[in-house]
Write a new protein. Sequence first.
Lengths: 186, 186
Amino acid sequence: MSKQGQQNVSSRNLADFLGVNPWQIRKDFSYFGDFGTRGVGYNIEKLIKQINKILKLDVVHKVALVGVDNLGSAILAYVGLGVYGFNIAAIFDIDPKKIGKKIRDITIEDVSNLQTLRKRKINLAIIAVSRDAAQQTADTLVKAGVKGILNFSPCHSHITVPKKVKVITIDIAMDLACLPYYISAS
Amino acid sequence: MSKQGQQNVSSRNLADFLGVNPWQIRKDFSYFGDFGTRGVGYNIEKLIKQINKILKLDVVHKVALVGVDNLGSAILAYVGLGVYGFNIAAIFDIDPKKIGKKIRDITIEDVSNLQTLRKRKINLAIIAVSRDAAQQTADTLVKAGVKGILNFSPCHSHITVPKKVKVITIDIAMDLACLPYYISAS
DNA sequence: GCATGTGAAAATCTTCACAGCA
DNA sequence: TGCTGTGAAGATTTTCACATGC
């Protein structure tokens, strides 16, 4: 909407777009403050800024990618160029054939370099390694000061981390496994 | 646990493993029936069967993969070999260079063949195409009788389908975007 | 004794109706 | 008049305590 030059948006507009009720939008916003103007709606630019601030997306975050297989490459393509203000600042792999090569001007490093993340002020990481290496990778990342992990290993492989570290797991097979339940219900 | 030869598991065991309370486990199960034995716990084999039945994972589901880029290849590696009883039964792409090649004994077909899905009794699909092609792909899939879609295009590209069709969207960049909120809270 | 299954209480989330303000 | 912000009502979910059965 911002790109289309719109100035304001109402809770009804947003609700229709998302498929929810207008009062859900308003109630949710109200927990964080008064963003709108009565009779007018929400100023789009201001709203974007407010939400980015709430979600802490108002600064650029450096991210390390561990594992640059097919999945790692796909992630780079998706997250690569600054969506939501992320900056893939380092890439690691265990495969000697890949180490030293460059992807998008970033040199692939050996996983033994992971310990340098703290010094480089990188505290987010994406785990795209094989399921067997996932826990070990997580341990190393935590030791290197990483505070948030996006984990692509299957959820039953059960990554354990100290609870000050936030892990979000994307388990592709499990998401697929949700579909049959819904399609049979209809 | 089953693979380790265990016979029974208690709600406490399951709860500890998942990081929730035992009574949450029991209450949830109780909505679907009486699976356990008082004083003993749940028979693991029987429990697996019951849950698979509830989730409709007790039969093999055929799945079509559309788009066999890096992401598509990664998905094949993850879902490829029968996890949760899925069977990747067809692969489609738009790139003439890929069409006709084989991956895991499956010949890559042109997307114009998507209409054959109904005849082949494939009613689940994975969309791993570029964001611009996502809606069009979804439309074609729906027309071909697909009832459930796992969609990897960004959620703001906003796939629209008839509501009898279930779509689950995995938006990698958005999941990553959740992390900063949690790490700053600690 | 031990662990499930469940009604009831407590907490939370959703919906609504309308006051308040541009 | 139009749309936000919000207290209160309604619905749902979570927690708990204990009766039930092996």
